[in-house]
Ligand binder design. Structure first.
Ligand code: M6R
Length: 364
């Protein structure tokens, strides 16, 4: 079942080129997102003036990626709410609100409860779900299935990538319907999307290089992930991956928040994993990196940017293939998954079944 891999997580990391292709390619036609085979008509998206994404854990991080994309492209306000909080917020919902529920299993109790509330309050509901016929899929107005295949390891890897891909497709659909983009711009987006997916295989080829970096930080007690803008969403997922399986005390921070508290935790040798896929914030994140480096941190840059201006500011560099700024999610995410995986193997933990965690959380 593990297909020759040591762990399900490792196999599932390697499944990603196929999972992404299966999720994305059947839905890209002539430079547009096409959900007709999913039975999702454009009417679902018409007349909405806000989007609320609700999910838990990794799936919530995919929502953070989605928020960035939808807001930056189509200027529709998007909020991302933890499903475990959603009900208690007494959310304001109406027929102009699209609530997107993201769930690999489709059975997470809090996400299901959030969906039921959204349905009760008259919002339109769309779920991004991996397991066919699951409760969330059945109870949503519409379902955009991800085609990752079964995900066995508790740590979600391929499901995250395809959930993000779902948001890239939804953003493309909303962009088309907004009327603000030319055909050429939309088909350029598709081309860049496909190019970004293709880089995942190249990142997988960096496996042993990333393993060597993982070995350097394997004994750490804590680690911090930094990013700004879209990179904060990616950093959040990278940090969760590391913490849940390696038990390293890891947190993600918006890099700009460092000076407001976190920098006091930076001590000699502490690993700081800095993500940089966004040109518009590159000088800013590098200024933060300099600050932590000056305090003795072991800086691992994970980026698709040219770092030649910044040599000496970091200790290790995971340089993934360059893609358009909107699509940095895919390559960097895979690099961070491999980093978490190898740190965990070095520490001798049970990679696929970390302590205290279940694959599907069906209780609140
Ligand atoms: O099945 P779901 O996507 O609804 O699960 C939500 C979370 O429990 C899940 O994403 C969890 O955070 C991951 N397994 C962590 O890797």
């Amino acid at each position: 079942q593990k297909g020759g891999y040591d762990y399900f997580m490792q196999k599932e990391i390697y499944d990603q080129p196929e999972a992404l292709t299966n999720t994305v390619m059947p839905r890209l036609h002539n430079g547009l997102a096409d959900f007709s085979a999913d039975g999702i008509s454009d009417d679902l998206f018409k007349g909405i003036n806000r989007v609320i994404v609700t999910a838990c854990g990794t799936a919530m991080h995919a929502g953070l990626v989605g928020r960035h994309l939808i807001e930056s492209m189509v200027r529709i306000p998007v909020t991302v709410e933890l499903s475990s909080e959603f009900r208690y917020m007494d959310p304001i919902l109406d027929e102009h609100t699209l609530v997107v529920i993201v769930s690999q299993s489709g059975e997470t109790a809090d996400s299901l409860a959030a969906l039921r509330l959204a349905n009760e309050r008259g919002a339109k509901t769309l779920s991004i779900v991996n397991v066919k016929g699951s409760s969330i899929a059945r109870e949503s107005d519409q379902v955009l299935y991800t085609h990752a295949g079964p995900e066995i390891a508790v740590a979600s890897t391929k499901a995250f990538s395809v959930q993000c891909a779902g948001f890239y497709l939804i953003a493309l659909k909303l962009a088309e319907l907004s009327g603000k983009f030319t055909e050429v711009e939309l088909s350029e987006y598709c081309k860049k999307f496909e190019e970004a997916i293709a880089t995942v295989s190249e990142v997988l080829e960096m496996d042993s290089y990333i393993k060597d970096i993982a070995e350097k930080i394997k004994d750490t007690f804590s680690a911090f992930f930094l990013g700004r803008s879209l990179d904060y969403a990616i950093a959040s997922e990278g940090s969760l991956k590391l913490k849940e399986i390696s038990y390293v005390n890891s947190e993600a921070y918006n890099a700009g928040e460092l000076k407001h508290g976190t920098i006091s935790l930076v001590t000699e040798g502490v690993p700081i994993i800095a993500i940089a896929t966004q040109d518009h914030v590159l000088p800013k994140i590098m200024a933060n990196v300099e600050e932590v480096k000056a305090r003795g941190a072991h800086v691992i840059m994970v980026t698709d940017k040219d770092m030649s201006d910044y040599e000496g500011v970091y200790d290790d560099l995971i340089q993934v293939p360059a893609v358009d700024d909107r699509f940095g999610t895919f390559g960097v995410t895979v690099a961070l998954q491999l980093l978490a995986y190898h740190v965990t193997v070095f520490r001798g933990n049970d990679v696929d079944q970390p302590r205290n965690l279940a694959k599907s959380v069906t209780v609140e």
